[in-house]
Design a protein around this ligand. Structure first.
Ligand code: JFZ
Length: 436
């Protein structure tokens, strides 16, 4: 639809260069913390519990009445994020259940009406800013609480029969919900100073959910750009146009096989990932990823030009639970030594061939190539086609030199092609006491 595209282009006039500059901090920082926290954290069995168990508003109210996170100390969260090597954090200001962690004028369904009584987002922003982290707001455009929001197939009140949707929705008016959406987005983008990122979630165009016409996405996007010209916005409003509509795409819970493109052009992207299988705190869940899996996710993402937003689900008392804390501190141990192979890095030019069992990242500013060895090799490590391209090689953890030397003996020399380079690694893998 050409008309629509033309209309969307007008949302935001910006050159490619200006866009790159606006997104520069984010492209550089690569690693952020996602925080899913809300009254569902008290149920402690997934943030979708209301729909999964078809809990009525009346029954769900117990989580409002008991929300009193006495251990909530966002300064501590910020310190944990920073120590893990994360540079930004995105928190759920409202999730699908409609409950807001900020003090909104437009609803009574909010944190200030719980026993806790304070604006949790205000405290979050102050604490993370103080630690030098960038801040982002997750805001659910889906809303299972608002009385005008039409019931769809993922709503807790979804009827069994398709023909019942008409009746159940006859007094609901999405136009009024769109107003609410605009009002609340205005609040979060006005009352907390500069907001670096906005993470809107999410569209299911078609029969099962809602899309751009339901949200009024074009209007909403214009509003967002007006209120926070520097902000970086994700792609879940069901607007097709990357240039005007959104800034980065969000592959979720999986590793991309290659750098995502839009109309043939490589675009900014960020994958989000959980430590366990749930975003919200899930007490009994056991499927926690191990540290190497998460490190490889981070390295691979950077090697394909992307970011990682790693999620924590704080408890009902407001604490990041011990398993997440441990996992974060392991990430930090690794990042302390290897952060230079992550920050400011991206995909290596394809003039570098990827050696066996390794991943390449590359810093275009310093012209350094980082070789991440997934398996420690036996002494000789061949870099194919790299003759003349390497001046010096070193380990990252201690800056010790790695000698560029032909393999031992006549046979070894024969194995090495003219254009290849051989790195002589120590027989014993240096013990760096970090989890790789
Ligand atoms: C959404 C939420 O439903 C979920 O609770 C969490 O907040 C997550 C970050 O985002 O889940 C989605 C949204 C989009 C897709 C998958 C899960 N998707 O596009 O594949």
């Amino acid at each position: 639809n050409l008309n629509l595209i033309a209309q969307q282009k007008k949302i935001w006039d910006e050159t490619e260069q200006e866009k790159t500059e606006r997104m520069a901090w984010w492209t550089n920082d690569r690693f952020g913390m996602f925080i899913h926290w809300g009254i569902y954290s008290l149920a402690a069995r997934h943030e979708w519990v209301k729909t999964r168990e078809k809990i009525s508003d009346e029954n769900y109210q117990k989580y409002v009445d008991n929300f009193n996170p006495d251990l909530y100390n966002p300064k501590e969260w910020a310190k944990l994020a920073k120590a893990a090597g994360m540079k930004y954090a995105v928190i759920t200001t409202k999730h699908h259940d409609g409950f807001t962690l900020f003090d909104s004028k437009y609803t009574e369904y909010k944190v200030t009406n719980t026993p806790y009584g304070k604006d949790a987002i205000k405290e979050f922003v102050e604490a993370f800013r103080a630690e030098g982290l960038k801040i982002g707001f997750y805001y659910s455009i889906i809303d299972w609480k608002h009385p005008e929001y039409t019931i769809d197939r993922i709503h807790p009140l979804a009827p069994k029969n398709d023909k019942d949707y008409k009746t159940i929705n006859k007094d609901r008016d999405m136009g009024k919900y769109r107003e609410y959406l605009k009002n609340q987005v205005t609040e979060i983008l006005t009352n907390y100073g500069q907001v670096d990122m906005l993470w809107l979630d999410y569209s299911i165009p078609g029969k099962n959910g809602k899309g751009k016409d339901d949200w009024g996405s074009v209007e909403l996007m214009k509003l967002i750009r007006k209120l926070q010209p520097g902000i970086i916005v994700n792609d879940r409003l069901d607007i097709l146009d990357y240039e005007g509509g959104w800034d980065f795409t969000t592959p979720e819970q999986f590793k991309v096989s290659e750098w995502p493109t839009y109309e043939g052009k490589k675009i900014p992207w960020e994958t989000c990932q959980t430590f366990s299988g749930s975003w919200g705190y899930y007490r009994d869940e056991l499927t926690w990823k191990d540290n190497k899996q998460l490190l490889v996710l981070l390295i691979e993402s950077v090697s394909k030009g992307g970011n990682v937003l790693l999620n924590v689900g704080p408890t009902g008392r407001g604490e990041i639970d011990y398993r997440a804390k441990k996992a974060l501190s392991k990430m930090g141990d690794w990042m302390k030594y290897n952060g230079r192979a992550i920050y400011g890095c991206t995909q290596a030019p394809d003039t570098f061939q990827v050696p066996d069992n390794s991943i390449l990242t590359y810093n275009p500013t310093t012209n350094r190539l980082y070789i991440h060895l997934l398996d420690y090799p036996l002494e000789n490590f061949t870099l194919k086609g790299m003759k003349g391209k390497i001046k010096y090689a070193q380990f990252l953890h201690d800056m010790s030199e790695i000698q560029i030397k032909n393999p031992h003996g006549a046979w070894g020399k024969k194995e090495l092609a003219e254009q290849d380079v051989n790195l002589r690694l120590p027989v014993v893998k240096p013990n760096i006491e970090i989890p790789v």
